[in-house]
Design a protein around this ligand. Sequence first.
Ligand code: GDP
Ligand code: ZN
Length: 354
Amino acid sequence: MNTLEQYGWNDFFSNHYNENKNNDFKPARVISLKGHKYHLITENGEKPAELSGKLLYGTDPENIPRVGDWVCFLDYATEGYITELLGRRNILARRQPGNRTERQVMAANIDYALIIQGLDRDFNIMRLDRYIVQITDCGIEPVVILNKEDLIESRDRYISEVSRLGRKCPVYFCSMMSKSGLDELYTQALKAGKTHILIGSSGVGKSSVINALLDKIGLKTSDLSDSTGKGKHTTTTSDLFILSNGSLIIDTPGMREFGIALDNKVTSPGLFPVIEEFAAGCRFSDCTHLNEAGCAVIEAFENGTLDAKIYTSYQKLIREQRRFEIKKEDQKRLGKQFGKMTREAKEFRKKYKY
Ligand code: GDP
Ligand code: ZN
C-alpha cells in the first residue's frame, strides 16, 4: 500500500483527481492547518504548503481546504502550492458562532465520528442523541464511546438507555483511569485506513483517550520520515495522524469545541445551576468567578462547599470558550493577511507563468 492509500486515498478521490488530470498537479491530503500554513501528506512524505491565490481569493469559504481534505498541489522544492480542492465525501461543519447562516467546516472526509460521553454527570442521553443525529446528517457513521466506566457499578442502565434510542450504532465502554476497554477501541472501533474524529463536550476524556491510544499502540512509524528528517516531529503536531494499527485520527483543537453550545455563553443562566446558586453572593454582578475579589463561587470552592469537579469543569469551559473567541479574532486578522497573500500569489503566478 502506498502512502496515500494508507491515508485513505481511494477510487472516490482518484476519480475526482483524474477528472482534471494534469501531471504537474499531485494529490495530497491536508494533515495540519495552522493559520494559513498547511501540512500535506504526499506520495513522498510530508510537505509544508500554501494555498494558491485562486483558492484563497474568490472561493466560497466552505471550499477552502481543511484538515482531512484531499487537494492537488504543485510540488516545489521547499513548499507545495495548493491549486485545487478535490471533491469531498463529507464535511463536519458547525454554525459560525453568532452567525446562523454561515457554516464553518471543521474537517472533511471522515468515516467515523466517535462520540464520547463520560459516565459521570456528563452522561446525557438526549445530548448523545443530538450528536448522533448531527453526525448522521453529515454522512458520517456515529460510534458511541462511554468513558469513565470506573465510576459506575453496572453497564445495564446505560445499555438500555442507549438502545431505547433505537439507533444502530456500536457502543463501547471504557475507562481511561483503569484502561479498561482500550483494547476494544483499537482492535474494533478504530479501523485501518479509515478516518476517525473524536467528538464530545469538554471533560469527557477525549485527550485522555487519544493519549492512552498513543501510549498503548503509538503512531505508525513512517518509512518516509527519514527522508525529510522531521517526520516524527511534524506527525506528532499534526491534526490528522495515523496510529500503528493503520487507523487515522483527526484531532483538531476546533473539534474540542464542537460539543459546546457556543450559541450560549458559559456564564449564561441555566448552564451551571450549581455555580449560579453561589453566584448570588458575588460582589460584582458580571463576575466570571475566575479571579475576582469578593467572588462567592471561588470562596465556596476554597472552603469545599462547592464541588471542586464542578468548578474545574466550569473553569475549563470558560477557557475553551475564550480560546474560541480569540481564534475568531485571529480569523479576522487572517482575512486581512489573505489580501496580502493574494497579491504575492499573483506575482508568483506571473513569475512561473501559472
Ligand atoms: P477532554 O476535555 O474531553 O479532552 O477530557 P480530558 O481527557 O481532559 O479529561 C477530563 C477529566 O476527566 C480529566 O480530569 C481526566 O483525568 C478525567 N478522566 C478522563 N478519563 C477518565 C476515566 O476513564 N475515568 C475517570 N474517573 N476520569 C477520567
Ligand atoms: Zn463570582
